[in-house]
Write a protein that binds this ligand. Sequence first.
Ligand code: UD1
Length: 425
Amino acid sequence: MGDRLVIKGGNRIEGKLEVSGAKNACLPLMAASILSQDPVELDRVPDISDVRIMIKILEEMGVIVDYDHKGHMYLDARNLSTTRAPEEYVVRMNASFDVMGPLLSRHGHGEVSLPGGCKLGPRPVDMHIDAFKAMGAEVVKEGGFVKAKCPRLKGCRILFPKVSVGATKNSMMAATLAEGVTTLENCAREPEITDLAQFLVSMGAKIEGIGTQTLHIEGVSSLHGTKYSVISDRIEAGTFMLAGAITEGDVFIDNISIEMLENFVMEMRKAGQEVIEENGGLRVKGHRPINPLDITTAPYPGFPTDLHPPMAALLALGNGTSIMNETIFNGRYMYVMELGRLGADILVNNQTARIIGVKGFVGAPVDAPDIRAGGALLLAGLAAEGETTIRGVRYIDRGYQHIEERLRSLGADIVRVKEPLTPLP
Ligand code: UD1
């Protein structure tokens, strides 16, 4: 059954929170260690289960990983024992496919099982594969695996038909050791992509256009080791900011810049929530009423799809009807039924939700169906009257570091009830 989080709602979320290093930046950085002929050291590595899965994948391929669970990680990929990623762990996390670009680029060969669908809907990797092929790789799908080979990739021009975080990361990593120049167009511009590009540059990669839709990568013959600190997690920061708002609290998130969350902050302010830039972080003072909003998710710098469910939890207590239009993942609405158990009134038609504000939530047992839906349920539980029990905490643990301790330090009444489950690595 797994752990449960039990929240007694009604406490204001108040105080200061140090944001974690970003999950979505850290995972590709770990994968990119395969590109280097020297060891790599990372700081601000979040202690979350997705990181533990990536450690397992790398270790099974012969990478030496030493993680202190306090932020510091050492990775040494000099002597890889295989270029086949272990299926057992790859299938547990979409981001595992990040190892393909580095394997192919440095070792001329990679076998990674298809990440397959997940609760957010199908997670194709066709654009990753097309990019590898354009760089000269022979790629086949066989027995559930993507198998790619090419003695040395060749630089070329790739125009992505659609903005994709995953395809941009994998192609950029692959291009660093390719022969000649690769131009990637219509790239994703998420801060985590910029972080990966800067990390690669710190290893000796030649990348121009960082932070824009067009990246020029001039291949080099090898990449050296580096020490690098992972960027802040803007999704975690946004979730804690919403915790301040939904509980009419006052929370300061340290170490997060407004640029990383500009669109989200704009919407928070429209909703009547006070967001103040101060001392290198963002402070949120929650207010009622919560004004209704009309939001459409979009690639960065648009409204992040990962903050859609948490924002929906706030809007469910809005003073009127909000519209939430999801454009990235068909399966994003898994939170709707569970928030409904707490009293939310949300109707979904195709990819649009009509969120009809209610006066309050009442605690109930609920199931977290995915990471960000779990974030939404946590927020609703904090605001609900009475007790909320969240099952499926393993999803929350994939992306939110030490969640109950950190919420408790901000005044929440939340405990974890431990239950044995298939152990994660
Ligand atoms: C990453 C993030 C995830 C975030 C998402 C969008 C990580 C580990 N995960 O996911 O938290 O919600 O970006 O910001 O960083 N697509 C294709 N073909 C492809 C690749 C993608 O059709 O080859 C589609 C996807 O199905 C999706 C859309 O493109 O509908 C965007 O996906 P993408 O940006 O690649 O997201 P991920 O990298 O999977």
